[in-house]
Design a protein around this ligand. Structure first.
Ligand code: NAP
Length: 249
């Protein structure tokens, strides 16, 4: 039987690393994409392999078209078929009101959080589509509760980039539904990862947790479990949907 391959962009840390770990435990060969932190990528890859599962780390800045094309070419030569994509790599920047945002920053957020997802979807559906000899597949886009909460005075640019991902998920799901490709998203809220430090507030989840109905932040594994369910056969009739993972917020 052909082996299944899953690409997890930004799989070296946080939510992506937890997802890569869970997928590998299901017998899926996981491609762990990362941008800069080679050590983190190697640590999660080595840990998966040490448990007897299959993983490979591939560096690529997914905001850059030629690097995305090259990433997928490297996947093409692996033993197996790409049937799953988790668009997860994303960034946010220093907390700031809209009145202080520059075009350079806004474009950086959009290229990293939106263009990257489009490019990876494009390359993935080319390979998954039965029109090109594929077997269908499943894509999960990691959006954010910020797309509906707006992140005022923190990062409205980031929130807007996730709003775009909600639209991408809906539109693409309709485009490829008849090709046996499902496209869904998760919308995490306040998850304990290193991302908040990039916004200038490493302890952000601790600060806001009293305002979360469940009175706590989420763990990366709690998001990973929803992502892997959406990718699985158990979600075989689910497309164009999203799962909220924000403790009731
Ligand atoms: P994180 O801990 O900061 O990890 C980010 C990952 O993305 C790293 O693996 C990083 O690679 C990679 N990455 C960033 N830009 C990249 C690029 N251009 N090309 C390739 N890889 C890139 O983030 P996280 O908190 O797990 O977030 C993962 C996703 O969940 C993001 O889309 C984020 O917006 C979303 N999310 C997070 C939260 C939260 O509370 N944490 C809430 C809602 C949504 P390197 O290690 O090489 O830097």
């Amino acid at each position: 039987m052909t082996k299944k391959i899953a690409l997890v962009t930004g799989g070296s840390r946080g939510i992506g690393a937890a997802t890569a770990q869970l997928l590998a435990q299901q017998g899926i060969q996981v491609v762990i994409n990362y941008q800069k932190n080679q050590l983190a990528a190697e640590q999660i890859t080595d840990s998966i392999i040490a448990q007897g599962y299959q993983a490979i780390a591939i560096q690529a800045d997914v905001s850059q078209e030629e690097q995305v094309v090259e990433l997928f070419k490297q996947i093409d030569v692996l033993d197996g078929k790409l049937t799953m994509l988790v668009n997860n790599a994303g960034i946010l920047m220093q907390q700031s009101p809209v009145s202080e945002l520059t075009a350079e920053r806004i474009n950086k957020i959009l290229s990293n959080n939106v263009t990257s997802y489009f490019l990876c979807c494009r390359e993935a559906i080319k390979r998954m589509s039965p029109n090109n000899g594929g077997q269908g597949g499943a894509i999960v886009n990691v959006s954010s509760a910020a797309s509906r909460l707006g992140a005022p005075n923190e990062y409205v640019d980031y929130a807007a980039s996730k709003g775009a991902i909600d639209s991408l998920t809906k539109g693409l799901s309709l485009e490829v539904a008849a090709e046996n490709i499902r496209v869904n998203s998760v919308r995490p809220g306040f998850i304990y990862t290193e991302m908040h430090a990039d916004g200038g507030e490493a302890n952000r989840v601790e600060r806001v947790k009293e305002n979360i109905p469940m009175k706590r932040g989420g763990q990366p594994i709690e998001v990973a479990q929803a992502i892997t369910w959406l990718l699985s056969e158990q979600a075989s009739y689910v497309t164009g949907s999203h799962i909220e993972l924000a403790g009731g917020k």
